[in-house]
Design a binder for this molecule. Structure first.
Ligand code: SF4
Ligand code: SF4
Ligand code: FES
Length: 240
């Protein structure tokens, strides 16, 4: 039986959706980019970063965990929502340690790329530079906790894709931190460099050793085109 399809609007544009899709999934398929950080197309949604928040039928909601419904009216590209998203990105920048020019992830980092896309100039809050330790105990991977934005992608990937429990959170609120399921660090876990969890980090927290500069600066994903342009290209190609 064919899947049920229906329509709704996003910023005045009509989008066709299939039953079971979230707002963000339907928009991705239609070539409309909604900024996001914790969402990853291969993982179950978590709805914890709030970057994808849209106005949905008059109320704010996270597009990655809101099911698309016939006739719904979604606003994503408004000055207010862009400002709210920029404020979240700024908060993440100051909460950790993010000296982009010196970072192995520069040009391939979703946080940095969103900062550019959303017009972040300099955060209004002071940098906290928490000085969390780097975990270099694994032979193939290191963890730079100062770059972690607590998106939970690695936790979901490890549990649902790799069948392991390498990552988890400890603490609550501003004390929440990523931890691993071994006292001696990542090197004592079952983590392998080929695991899905090793490839989903949006920033430079989970880094494969000896692989960092295989693609040189200036030739990386977001050096070439802004974040979201791959999704928006679907709409452009349909028009032509
Ligand atoms: S993880 Fe991203 S935002 Fe942080 S320093 Fe590296 S490039 Fe910059
Ligand atoms: S290590 Fe990366 S994927 Fe895991 S929670 Fe931190 S930022 Fe997200
Ligand atoms: S991308 Fe939707 S809440 Fe993070």
């Amino acid at each position: 039986m064919d899947a049920v399809t229906f329509r709704f609007t996003v910023d005045g544009m009509e989008v066709q959706a299939t039953e079971g899709q979230s707002v963000i999934q339907a928009c991705d398929a239609a070539g409309i980019y909604i900024p996001r950080l914790c969402h990853h197309p291969d993982l179950e949604p978590a709805g914890n970063c709030r970057v994808c928040t849209c106005n949905i039928n008059g109320r704010n909601g996270a597009a990655c965990v809101t099911p698309a419904v016939h006739g719904m009216v979604v606003e994503s590209n408004t000055p207010q929502l862009t400002g709210d998203r920029r404020a979240i990105i700024e908060m993440l920048f100051v909460e950790g340690d993010h000296p982009c020019p010196y970072c192995v992830a520069s040009g391939d980092c979703e946080l940095q790329a969103l900062g550019y896309r959303l017009g972040m100039v300099a955060p209004a809050q002071p940098y906290q530079q928490p000085g969390r330790k780097i975990d270099a105990t694994h032979p193939d991977i290191y963890l730079d906790h100062d770059r972690c934005i607590l998106c939970s992608r690695c936790i979901r990937a490890s549990r649902m894709e790799d069948g392991k429990t390498v990552f988890g959170f400890e603490g609550r609120g501003i004390k929440m931190r990523l931890n691993v399921d071994a006292q001696g660090g990542l090197g004592e876990t079952q983590m392998a460099a080929i695991d899905k969890a090793a490839s989903v980090c949006p920033v430079g927290c989970i880094v494969i050793k000896r692989g960092s500069y295989r693609i040189p600066n200036g030739s990386r994903r977001f050096d070439k085109s802004p974040i979201g342009s791959d999704i928006e290209a679907k709409r452009t190609s349909r028009k032509s």
